[in-house]
Ligand binder design. Structure first.
Ligand code: COA
Length: 167
């Protein structure tokens, strides 16, 4: 999908599932955990970045959330965004996010959102902070089961969105 000579971003294959699972487990503080089975079920929504030796150094996935009361006005949430610490600040995260935005553009979502502890990274890609009340579907289905924080409104993760027109 994208080449910079050293790293390659491409659609994930089933054979990548264990590597994705391991990468997500390396980021327990920043990412929502996923079982290996969940990675496999959603493999067609993952992109991966591989290094020159073929090793997996980054991943990203997305999920579609129908808006409550207006199901066709769905948002796309970016999930499981991670780049191995040793190869950060080389533009791999940017390629993963931009690659996913290119994939979902055809769906014409209301916006692309993310809940994140890395707001500077997403701000550099055009995302802006939004009130968490704009992602109630996510709070009710995801955050309500969170084992790290008791209240999504005091959780340190920021809600951010890339607005229509910038997607
Ligand atoms: C966030 C993360 C995916 C960024 O990956 P990356 O490959 O290092 O990002 P890029 O190199 O594409 O950075 C693009 C731009 O984002 C900004 N940026 C990236 N990391 C940043 C940081 N730690 N602090 C401030 N700005 C940052 C910079 O503007 C950067 O451009 P520059 O390097 O030319 O200045 C990576 O740091 C990571 O895996 N973190 C741990 C997991 C995590 O927090 N994931 C997000 C949860 S949704």
């Amino acid at each position: 999908m994208a080449m910079d000579g050293e790293f390659h971003v491409r659609k994930a294959r089933l054979a990548d599932a264990e590597g994705i699972y391991a990468l997500i487990r390396e980021h327990t503080m920043e990412l929502v955990p996923r079982s290996l089975g969940n990675v496999v079920e959603n493999i067609d929504r993952f992109l991966v970045a591989e290094g020159p030796d073929g090793s997996l150094v980054g991943c990203i996935a997305y999920q579609i959330w129908p808006e409550i009361g207006d199901p066709l006005k769905a948002t796309v949430e970016l999930q499981s965004v991670a780049v191995r610490a040793s190869v950060r600040r080389k533009g791999i995260g940017r390629q993963l996010v931009q690659g996913t935005i290119s994939r979902v553009r055809v769906l014409a979502p209301a916006d692309v959102t993310v809940l994140t502890l890395a707001p500077e990274f997403f701000a550099s890609l055009g995302f802006r902070e939004i009130p968490k009340t704009r992602i109630m579907h996510k709070l009710y289905t995801g955050c309500i089961n969170c084992t790290k924080h008791t209240d999504p409104f005091t959780c340190p993760e920021k809600a951010m969105a890339l607005e229509v027109g910038r997607i």
